[in-house]
Design a protein around this ligand. Structure first.
Ligand code: H79
Length: 587
């Protein structure tokens, strides 16, 4: 099939992830943070894009400031809620795309202290409350989009109703507002944990580096997220797309998912599609099980309060994180490069935590492969008496496979997700190879394949570039498997045409070429959410007569360049090819 051996394997990526940067250590250990989108846009209550959506003239939008008087704002109450939820840092919008500074800025009078009857500086008050409570304060700053400033210039989303694009001189905005305001934020509010930049479209590589240098010169330990630039590899950690949960092994650097509680960031009365505490906890463990952070958003009201529908969800999540703290904070993600049918897994030295979804509770026992250590004890974290669970370890010499089977209690021990703790003897020793877990489902994820170029694009013939994904994996149970392609489809897309040519699958002399159809919706996927839907396409069946190491290749034009120059514009993809799922036909 002409697959070259170039490209990196998931294994190498895992090893790179394990290299720790002491500057990011506090952040990766924190695992869970609060995002706050708060600004003048809370008044019209239709989210933070209202000015752009309605093309509100600057002079009109400024009038909101005269009415912005959030007298119920109580920094201590916000910080207490974050703490109660189990969040360890706060990222608040110091300035969003509307250009309004939510602090007393000397660089620009369009700010909360100078332009509103409120006259207080909420970021100062938050800085004090955070310092007192041991929460790390961080700022969101829209460094490229600014609809208030005449010279701000973005690739796409500009204020063109007040200002002419051709008259913009970006440096006047960049040097005259963005950099001076960043300096204020980094010099007048104590330690800033991180700066959260956004929407860098159109910012040159030089200007991106300039802003990084600017931040480093003022607070060298202040972390910077990847959205500071569209060029790859910038910043200290990766912010995935809004609401996007990565695949296992997708990111070689520390990463986070910024997530909404409903489907909006800024306060809105329109959007009432709320995630349940159950689904939030499942998303949290899915993220931390892949080694990521969750940055969960609230959009406070114009009165200065966090909406009760948000607060009650955070408190419920907080009860869970409180009971399961040791399985959350400071942990590493799963060493096993597979999605687990029953939930997620985190580790500490000498510990493995199995985060079992209650609705997947394996009543006849939970089986896991890959732990080489002797297990000393197993118990449910929510069980205060720590009743020991029965378990059995085995080793299959031929397959070089370590398995563990645990007898779980009949009923889940916790709400929504119950954590089983395992105490290990000696230093953690895991089999990190791509190995099927005991059980009926085995998912081969794109980041764990070797990606190679199969055919260059032929633009004249309208043929896109075709790439190959090659997985080398250990099958534990031989037999016949149904093959299901796992795609995330953007909700506003029709399926037809998303896969322009048949997908080719090959393994052990078996070949299939299929046009993927929209066969099933996987509503159970914790890693898929708005504005995407998880779709399963039936591709046919393969039979492997032997257990052991096999390879499988998949050819598609939807496989991405493994070393792109620019980061994705989130939500730009109509469809994302995520994995090939193998489901055993005969149980
Ligand atoms: O701050 C939040 C968003 O406002 C910001 N990122 C998160 C953390 C963001 N900026 N740009 N984008 C997200 C992507 C832009 C999406 C758009 Fe649209 C699609 C702009 C216009 C169409 C979303 C839908 C906003 C308005 C309508």
């Amino acid at each position: 099939m002409g697959i070259s051996k170039a490209g990196s394997t998931g294994q190498e990526e895992q090893n790179r992830t394990a290299e720790r940067d002491p500057r990011t250590a506090w952040w990766t250990a924190a695992r869970f943070g609060m995002f706050i989108h708060w600004g003048l846009y809370a008044l019209p209550a239709q989210g933070e894009w209202i000015m752009y959506a309605q093309k509100t003239p600057v002079r009109e939008y400024e009038k909101l400031a005269q009415r912005f008087n959030p007298t119920e704002f109580d920094a201590k109450a916000w910080v207490a809620l974050a703490k109660e939820a189990g969040m360890r840092y706060i990222v608040i919008t110091a300035k969003h795309h509307d250009g309004f500074a939510m602090y007393g800025s000397k660089a620009d009078p369009f700010n909360i202290v100078d332009a509103t009857p409120f006259g207080r500086d909420p970021l100062k008050e938050l800085a004090e409350a955070c310092a007192e409570a041991g929460i790390v304060l961080c700022f969101y700053y829209s460094h490229v989009i600014d609809w208030h400033h005449p010279h701000a210039l973005h690739k796409e989303h500009n204020n063109t109703w007040d200002y002419k694009l051709e008259e913009k001189r970006f440096a006047e905005y960049f040097e005259g507002k963005a950099k001076p305001q960043l300096k204020e934020l980094l010099t007048e509010y104590g330690r800033v944990g991180l700066l959260w930049f956004d929407t860098a479209g159109g910012l040159s590589e030089e200007d991106s580096k300039d802003i990084v240098r600017h931040v480093r010169s003022l607070q060298p330990d202040c972390l910077i997220n990847s959205r500071v630039s569209h060029f790859m590899g910038m910043g200290d950690f990766v912010s995935k797309g809004d609401n996007e949960i990565g695949m296992s092994g997708e990111d070689t650097r520390p990463w986070e998912t910024p997530m909404t509680l409903n489907q909006s960031w800024g306060y809105t009365t329109k959007d009432q599609v709320w995630k349940t505490a159950d689904s939030l906890i499942k998303k949290l463990v899915n993220v931390i099980g892949k080694g990521g952070n969750l940055l969960l958003n609230v959009g406070p009201t114009p009165q200065g309060t966090i909406p009760e529908l948000s607060a009650e969800r955070l408190r419920e999540v907080g009860e869970w994180t409180g009971r399961n703290a040791e399985a959350v904070y400071g942990t590493d993600g799963s060493p096993f490069p597979v999605e687990l049918e029953w939930g997620a897994l985190t580790t500490l030295p000498g510990r493995v935590y199995l985060h079992v979804h209650n609705d997947k509770w394996p009543a006849n026992g939970l089986r896991l492969g890959g732990i080489r250590n002797r297990v000393l004890r197993a118990y449910c974290l929510a069980d205060q008496s720590r009743t020991e669970l029965e378990f059995e370890q085995a080793y299959d010499e031929e397959l070089e496979l370590h398995t563990l089977e645990i007898r779980l209690p009949d009923e889940p021990a916790d709400q929504y997700v119950s954590v089983v703790a395992l105490e290990l003897e000696g230093e953690n020793d895991f089999d990190r190879t791509l190995t099927q877990m005991p059980g009926g489902v085995f998912q081969l994820e794109v980041p764990h394949a070797k990606i190679s170029l199969v055919r260059e694009a032929d633009e004249e013939a309208g043929i896109p570039v075709i790439r190959g994904a090659e997985w080398t994996f250990k099958l534990v149970k031989p037999g016949t498997y149904e093959l299901l392609l796992v795609s995330f489809k953007r909700h506003d897309q029709a399926w037809n045409g998303l896969y322009p040519e048949p997908i080719l699958l090959e393994s052990a002399g078996q070949v299939i070429a299929v046009d993927p159809r929209e066969d099933l919706a996987d509503s159970d996927s914790p890693s898929c959410q708005h504005p995407y839907t998880a779709v399963l396409s039936r591709m046919g069946q393969f039979t492997w007569d032997q257990a052991g190491v096999h390879t499988l290749t998949l050819l598609s034009s939807r496989l991405k360049d493994p070393a792109p120059k620019f980061t994705e514009i989130w939500h730009a993809d109509a469809v994302k090819l995520r994995a090939l799922r193998l489901v055993r036909v005969d149980g």
